[in-house]
Write a protein that binds this ligand. Structure first.
Ligand SMILES: Cc1cc2nc3c(=O)[nH]c(=O)nc-3n(C[C@H](O)[C@H](O)[C@H](O)COP(=O)(O)OP(=O)(O)OC[C@H]3O[C@@H](n4cnc5c(N)ncnc54)[C@H](O)[C@@H]3O)c2cc1C
Length: 463
């Protein structure tokens, strides 16, 4: 007997799954990882989303360590297990780090009194790997897996998967547009699907093709709030990317400040489905310093029947003259880093917005009113860009014990392709799956896995 594991995507999730398997004696020769990007020696800095370690390989290298950050994990496996799995991911990053002693942890421990009783502040440890080291980590990690016998197929894009017959097809990325491209075909006993954000369209295609049921989603909508940084400095000193939050459990609504930018902070216009919505970003180069702070005030609303259609309709109604809205009691829209006005239509009252958003608008205004109490210098020195929205991609319904599709139990979805939004959660989901594979395919003796298979060398994927 042999058991072939095929991992689609050599991103954070795929690489952590393979590592967990080989660390526990699973023969690397039975594991094949296919990625449309390049190995870490060839991957270029501009290839942000593809190649060894995926988006994580060229990320900001911040490893968050809290189950409320980075997407769903404890929902599947419980709080305690989730923390243990995330810890394994952090340990892996340190293990392949050329200077592990330089991995720093920032860990604000107590909520400052001045924000109480109006807000909670999400406090969580973050391990800073250091962006500059990610490439070296990638090379060390890759060498380890190759030494263990893991097969890698680079610059190959998986274009179809036959879940029923456990087969897939991949194309050389340089032949994607050619009518007679050399299609490569393979089969699997277990498939780990970790295609990240760069594979989201493919994931959607498969979901449609196989009519995969998905999890109900929430609406995520609000505004981009902007004000001079000095009003928030006291909180920024405690937590740079602060996350204020409040919950109205009985109403199915919670609010949080989202993606805080400071120092050289600019509001950005996003075009989504032809409408303007807002986001923010911070420039690293201090030549752009403008001493502003911006963050989303995002509402999560549960229980809306078709959250996508509802959000799109609201966003569409919050447009005027082909753009979004800006409101401030005293200010005018700010400029982009290039010195242009942030595209928006300035309104002098909020009655129209209130009409569109209905009861939900009150939550946003209360949030702002309470910030004025907590940050007393703020008063009317702020503005809001309306709307900010996050359209959540569908999350396939999986068995919670091993993240396998409810319709196809030997296909596991992991990472951003499932419900993750960060490195630690993506890697942790994949390790969770690997543990299940080990339990299914190997014996346990004295607390260790014994994985014994025939034909290891002759039984890898045949292209
Ligand atoms: C600029 C940037 C900065 C970020 N910074 C942070 C941070 O500091 N901290 C944090 O926690 N998160 C960060 N993230 C998010 C984090 O990188 C992702 O959440 C994480 O990498 C997801 O892991 P994954 O394995 O699911 O997907 P990915 O890491 O994206 O890997 C997916 C892999 O699948 C491959 N692939 C896709 N489709 C196919 C296909 N059809 N066939 C073959 N291969 C395919 C891709 O080439 C890619 O290598 C950042 C993201 C970006 C873009």
């Amino acid at each position: 007997m042999s058991k072939k594991i095929v991992i689609v995507g050599a991103g954070v999730a795929g690489v952590n799954a393979a590592t967990k398997l080989v660390d526990n004696g699973y023969p690397g020769e039975l594991i094949t990882i296919i990625d449309m990007g390049k190995d870490p020696y060839k991957r270029k800095p501009e290839e942000v989303m593809t190649g060894f370690l995926g988006a994580g390989g060229w990320s900001d290298g911040k490893l968050t360590y809290h189950t409320a950050i980075g997407g769903q994990l404890s929902k599947y496996c419980g709080e305690e297990k989730a923390m243990e799995l995330m810890n394994q991911v952090i340990t892996n990053f340190k293990r392949f780090h050329p200077k592990p002693e330089e991995v720093q942890c920032s860990n604000p421990e107590t909520e400052p009194d001045f924000i109480k009783p109006y807000f909670g502040l999400r406090l969580f440890p973050v391990w800073h790997v250091g962006t500059d080291y990610l490439s070296e980590i990638g090379k060390n990690w890759y060498d380890f897996l190759v030494d263990k016998g893991v097969n890698f197929e680079w610059e190959a894009k998986v274009v179809s998967i036959d879940f029923k017959n456990q087969k897939f097809e991949a194309l050389d990325i340089y032949q994607l547009d050619q009518p007679y491209a050399n299609t490569r075909v393979g089969d699997y006993d277990r498939l780990i699907f970790g295609v990240g954000k760069s594979g989201i369209d493919f994931a959607q295609e498969l979901a449609n093709q196989y009519e995969l049921p998905d999890e109900p989603k929430s609406v995520q909508i609000g505004v981009r709030f902007e004000a001079p940084q000095k009003h928030f400095q006291k909180l920024i000193d405690v937590s740079y990317d602060f996350k204020l939050y409040r919950k109205f459990e009985d109403k199915g609504v919670s609010l949080r400040s989202f993606c805080t930018n400071n120092n050289a902070a600019y509001v950005a216009v996003e075009e989504t489905y032809g409408d303007h919505t807002y986001n923010g970003h911070a420039k690293k180069d201090m030549r752009y310093r403008n001493d502003m702070t911006n963050f989303g005030i995002l509402m999560e609303i549960n229980g809306i029947e078709d959250p996508f259609a509802w959000s799109r309709n609201v966003v569409n109604k919050l447009q005027f003259n082909g753009t979004g809205l800006y409101y401030s009691p005293t200010r005018i829209p700010s400029t982009t880093a290039e010195g242009n006005n942030v595209t928006s239509f300035q309104i002098d009252n909020l009655s129209g917005v209130e009409h569109v958003m209905g009861e939900y608008w009150t939550y946003i205004m209360d949030f702002i009113e309470d910030m004025k109490k907590v940050f007393p210098t703020l008063q009317d020195d702020w503005g809001i860009y309306i709307p900010e929205v996050k359209y959540l991609s569908p999350e396939p319904l999986v068995n919670y014990n091993n993240l396998s599709l409810t319709k196809y139990p030997n296909v596991h979805f992991v990472g951003d392709a499932l419900s993750a939004r960060g490195i630690t959660v993506s890697g942790a989901q994949a390790i969770y799956v690997a543990e299940n594979v080990l339990e299914q395919f190997c014996k346990v003796e004295n607390g260790s896995y014994i994985c014994e298979f025939d034909n290891i060398n002759g039984d890898i994927i045949n292209w």
